[in-house]
Design a protein around this ligand. Structure first.
Ligand SMILES: Cc1cc2nc3c(=O)[nH]c(=O)nc-3n(C[C@H](O)[C@H](O)[C@H](O)COP(=O)(O)O)c2cc1C
Length: 265
């Protein structure tokens, strides 16, 4: 099979899915720049149609053992048109549960042919300096593995004569576990520390934050991805809701044993 183009598609509020997708893309086509479709921000994508001779790397974060719901919504606007797809889920060193099988089903539904799957580890969105959870992941070893994974897939596909792929088997249950319901809270803003730089507004994937007089967060739109927490240069955005603070402590105490990426062909 001749690959005309490598394309990266990702939804990545805190940037870890983007890093791995980019490393896989580099491995697939060393020296060439992959075309990127960033689905993270409401204004950054339009309806996208892929071509049958493209190799597409699709990366999303795991939320509550499932694909992040906003990523599902945005991927559903894309047409795969028979392109080969490499599936990537990023999780914060707890578990990825049914996310990869869900991403595989979704990729098929929108017209891709999944050829490989993977689960990589990214710094947990809830990780902080005081309560680190998989901090610094993906690290150099993860990125090396991602690049080698890309090279292996591209080598395999270019050596193929036809364009029908072996069915891909990935772990996970169908029906999937229950996903994350709406959370009745959002990160807390310390208005006294806010300088009005607007980074939190720019990095919010759901358009939940506005600055009209003072910062306001629409709790119904907030997906609790923590992009605003991580992007605030003043440390003015924090997680204070007691159930989430408890969860952060639990994750810090129980998910600190390093997990390694898993690859599926
Ligand atoms: C609301 C929410 C739920 C999450 N659920 C899980 C989970 O079930 N398992 C896990 O290991 N990590 C979980 N994480 C952590 C993310 O999957 C992880 O940090 C990922 O690397 C974030 O990807 P991004 O940097 O591309 O946004 C969750 C994060 C958020 C914000």
């Amino acid at each position: 099979m001749k690959i005309s183009k490598v394309r990266s598609i990702y939804f990545s509020p805190t940037g870890t899915s983007k890093k791995i997708v980019e490393a896989i893309a580099v491995g697939c086509q060393e020296g060439a720049v992959a075309e990127q479709s960033n689905l993270t921000y409401p204004t950054s994508f339009d309806t996208l149609e892929c071509k049958a001779d493209e190799l597409v790397i699709i990366g999303v974060p795991v939320y509550a053992g499932r694909v992040a719901p906003l990523a599902v919504e945005r991927l559903q606007t894309i047409k795969g048109n028979g392109a080969a797809a490499v599936l990537v889920v990023l999780y914060g060193n707890r578990e990825f549960e049914d996310a990869l099988v869900e991403l595989q089903d979704l990729a098929k539904e929108i017209g891709f042919q999944p050829v490989a799957g993977s689960a990589f580890i990214g710094e947990h969105s809830f990780s902080t300096m005081n309560l680190p959870i998989a901090d610094g992941r993906p690290d150099d070893d993860d990125l090396r593995m991602a690049k080698a994974f890309g090279a292996k897939i591209a080598g395999h596909l270019t050596g193929m004569t036809g364009d029908s792929f072996e069915p891909l088997a990935v772990p996970g249950n169908v029906p999937y576990k229950d996903g994350m319901g709406a959370l009745p809270f959002s990160p807390s803003f310390n208005v006294g520390m806010c300088t009005g730089c607007g980074f939190c507004i720019e990095t919010c994937p759901s358009g939940a934050i506005s600055l009209e007089g003072e910062l306001q967060v629409d709790t119904e739109l907030c997906i609790f991805c923590c992009a605003c927490v991580k992007s605030c240069p003043e440390g003015a955005v924090t997680v204070e809701a007691p159930p989430l603070k408890e969860k952060m402590v639990w994750l810090h105490e129980n998910c600190n044993k390093r997990k390694e990426p898993q690859l599926f062909f």
